[in-house]
Design a protein around this ligand. Structure first.
Ligand code: UDP
Ligand code: MG
Length: 318
């Protein structure tokens, strides 16, 4: 990690005209201080990514860029959603920077955590995850749903950093490797742990949005969570097969029960026969679906074509 690396802060913005001015003011102070303290190179910048906003966001970004050399921007041809906009920004910024930090436009993520992230980066970490230490300022509903989501994800076997959103530092080489992940359904916070390399976490307290409204209403949040689960786990497919096996076992149980009752002198009625058949056939069908699901799961991971390994050091090249 070379001293005074070039830092790019990448910020996706969708209809954020209300917050851009204040965000720029605070980030300017922060960036200037970091440059003065020789923690980052004077070539460092903040890069706004306009995600096809319908308001004046892009005009404001262009204005800021004209006045402040520390700020730059790119704009997408249309709205593609937070994750795509962020990826677009990261992939653009990696061409100019040594190290990149991503965060939201509303500064809900404490910008003072940047110092801690950089420190860990200079200590040799390639990824530093910003983790919310407390959610005191989130509504009860947001807190419960969000934390429940992280727990559910880890129960499904997804390697996700608890309470980490998209506030993170990544080095250039992580992003170079990341560009080999070709999948279209993005769930960035789950994908970065797959890249590997040395990583660490920095804790911070999450603030309230100081202006404007959340661009993540419940519907988008649920969609995002569903995307996260279905992009990372084949467990839901396996559950079908397990449920089928359970159903077959129930039918066998009923059969044994009926035979015992028959021996004890009770008639083997048509109703019993029907009940057992229904459970048995239902179970067989579910197992069948589960087997098909297993193949679908394989196709699904093949089509993602994720890199199978990433070499972090090669002594031949030293
Ligand atoms: N965002 C975006 N495209 C979208 C929706 C959101 O680029 O389609 C950006 C938004 O401008 C903000 C970040 O994603 O910088 C996070 O959105 P928000 O703060 O509304 O989400 P919350 O913090 O409420 O989860
Ligand atoms: Mg926010």
């Amino acid at each position: 990690m070379k001293k005074e690396s070039i830092l790019y802060v990448v910020i996706p913005c969708y209809n954020e005209e209300e917050v851009l001015e204040e965000t720029t003011r605070q980030l300017k102070i922060k960036m200037e201080k970091l440059i003065k303290d020789k923690k980052i190179s004077p070539k460092s910048k903040v890069m706004y990514v306009n995600d096809g906003s319908k308001d004046k966001t892009w005009e404001i970004i262009k204005e800021i860029h004209k006045k402040e050399p520390l700020f730059t921007g790119v704009t997408l041809s249309r709205n593609r959603g937070h994750q795509n906009a962020l990826l677009g920004g990261l992939m653009t910024a990696k061409n100019y920077a040594d190290v990149i930090i991503s965060m939201d436009a509303d500064l809900q993520d404490d910008i003072n955590a940047i110092d801690g992230m950089l420190e860990k980066y200079y200590d040799g970490c390639d990824i530093v995850y910003g983790v919310r230490s407390a959610r005191k300022k989130d509504t009860f509903f947001k807190r419960v749903t969000a934390e429940g989501f992280y727990k559910f994800m880890s129960a499904l076997g997804v390697d996700c950093v608890y309470n980490h959103a998209d506030y993170r530092l990544t080095s250039k080489r992580v992003l170079e490797e990341f560009s080999n992940f070709k999948e279209v359904n993005l769930f960035l916070r789950g994908m970065f742990p797959l890249v590997g390399f040395k990583s660490d976490v920095v804790y911070y307290e999450r603030n309230e949005r100081f202006a404007g409204e959340s661009k993540y209403p419940l519907k988008k949040m649920l969609n995002f969570a569903w995307d996260g689960i279905t992009s990372f786990s084949v467990k839901p497919l396996r559950l079908i097969a397990s449920f089928g096996v359970f159903t077959i076992l129930v039918s066998l149980g009923l059969l044994i029960y009926s035979i015992v009752m028959l021996i004890l002198g009770q008639a083997f009625t048509g109703t019993k026969f029907l009940a057992i058949s229904i459970w048995f056939l239902g179970g067989v069908q579910l197992v069948g679906l589960g087997v098909v699901g297993e193949y679908v799961g394989k196709i699904y991971s093949e089509t993602k074509a994720r890199p199978r390994y990433i070499i972090s050091e090669n002594l031949e090249e030293k």
